[in-house]
Design a protein around this ligand. Structure first.
Ligand code: ARG
Length: 443
């Protein structure tokens, strides 16, 4: 029973939140004259002693006391005697654990948000350095149109921006206090839930005591936001794996973020990126575990819910290390400007520019221009040339009205510079976007 029942091995992690909750509760009991001032003072002093013991690694954790709540209360009784027994008046472990866990998730959100900001800062620095660095843009992992490396970095700044928004939304909804819901039905003592809510920086007490002790949707939202972030990070990680391969050679990572092989001396393996990609499974798994654990549980508390903590802690720890590694890798990346430029020029990446030129200069409908361009690409392919290497006579063999002016739009530089529509890849645009994003996300 002890082995399956105890949670102290993991819920000791929110000792600080537990003690903060107990202090707020104690002060409220005194203010409402539910316990005597002297008892309240003894309890507060005792709780500080407990806190100091835990932080100094001198606290005698006992598995037979099941969880952090009973460990703290039992030690409090050893330290201050009888007044300790008055702390749990008008409270239950059910509202206590719900309060502690909300406080812990709230702190975790704040920590992760800071790390997300650091990652955005690293992405923005790369973007700014490389607003004009041309690389191939892909669809289907086939060269599609030239873009800039800065523009590509900015795509991730936007994704992480929305991830931060999801966490911020989650924080707003979770920031209500369950404390005072007691076991499930409220209490007959004349407590002041607004006072404890305020003391713990919650916006207000939760309105329904049954809901307060039995929902874990805040943890689900937190994990959902983390899972989406992990998926974003895994996509960037995968790109880093591709880019650092000999076949792409778009980017070089220093020894700080790669490992050698024990047998092949030439290897520089992007292990950190692979692990960011791989750890995504754990974060998504945590969300799954919690959804499945909660599904079909009748109101209110069931002990199943003790299983909410380990996946949540693990997902938060995992994402924290992934964000740190990713921010480090992004700052460390050295783009290979020449290799990216060369790759952007192959695969007929400016075919769309050619079709657009035909529309604009010859007044043909886009569908017709698309067809003509297809024939020109085919011709170039047959001759083993790039589009810009076709002679004017070869061009005119497909469409007689094509003029020499067409060559102006066939370079990757012109292609990129022409994409001036809002959100497009033109360097002037990206420079503006970097500035705006710095203000919005880092300001
Ligand atoms: N250790 C428990 C948890 O983590 C605390 C709540 C216990 N409540 C109860 N009625 N047994 O959820």
């Amino acid at each position: 029973m002890e082995k399956i029942n105890a949670s102290i091995s993991f819920d000791r992690r929110f000792y600080a939140q537990d003690i903060a909750g107990s202090k707020a509760h104690c002060r409220m009991l005194v203010a409402r004259r539910i316990i005597a001032r002297a008892d309240g003072a003894a309890i507060l002093k005792g709780l500080d002693l407990v806190l100091a013991e835990i932080e100094a690694d001198r606290f005698p954790f006992r598995v037979e006391l099941e969880d952090i709540h009973m460990n703290v209360e039992a030690r409090l009784a050893e330290l201050i005697g009888t007044p300790a027994g008055r702390l749990h008046t008008a409270r239950s472990r059910n509202d206590q654990v719900a309060t502690d866990f909300r406080l812990w998730v709230r702190d975790a959100i704040d920590g992760i948000d800071r790390q997300m900001r650091d990652l955005q800062a690293a992405l923005l620095d790369q973007a700014e350095r490389h607003v004009g660095t041309i690389m191939p843009g892909f669809t289907h992992l086939q060269v599609a149109q030239p873009v800039t490396f800065g523009h590509h970095m900015m795509a991730y700044v936007e994704m992480i921006g929305r991830d931060r928004g999801r966490l911020a939304d989650c924080r707003v909804r979770l920031n209500e206090s369950p404390l005072g819901a007691a076991a499930l039905a409220g209490t007959s003592f004349s407590i002041d839930r607004d006072m404890t809510a305020q003391a713990l920086s919650f916006d207000r007490p939760m309105a329904n005591s049954l809901d307060a002790v039995s929902d874990r949707d805040y943890a689900l939202e937190f994990l959902a936001a983390l899972a989406i972030t992990a998926v974003h990070l895994s996509r960037l990680a995968e790109e880093i794996v591709l880019w650092t391969s000999a076949q792409f050679a778009f980017v070089r990572l220093s020894d700080a973020y790669t490992t050698g092989s024990s047998i092949m001396p030439q290897k520089r393996n992007p292990d950190a990126a692979e692990l960011v990609r791989g750890k995504t499974g754990r974060v998504i798994g945590a969300l799954n575990a919690l959804l499945i654990m909660m599904k079909g549980l009748p109101l209110t508390f069931s002990k199943d819910m003790q299983e909410d903590k380990e996946p949540t802690f693990d997902a938060a720890d995992t994402l924290a290390v992934c964000l740190a590694a990713m921010a480090g890798m992004v700052a460390d990346m050295k783009p290979n400007v020449a290799a990216m430029h060369a790759a952007a020029a192959v695969g007929f990446a400016t075919a769309t520019d050619l079709a657009d030129w035909i529309v604009r200069s010859l007044g043909l409908p886009f569908r017709r221009a698309h067809h003509i361009t297809g024939s020109l690409v085919k011709l170039a392919e047959d001759k083993g040339k790039r589009l810009s290497d076709l002679s004017l006579a070869e061009m005119q063999s497909v469409e007689s009205r094509i003029t020499r002016a067409v060559y102006d739009v066939l370079t990757v530089e012109r292609s990129v510079a022409s994409r001036v529509s809002y959100g497009g890849t033109a360097p002037a645009n990206v420079r503006r976007q970097v500035k705006a994003a710095r203000k919005r996300y880092l300001g």
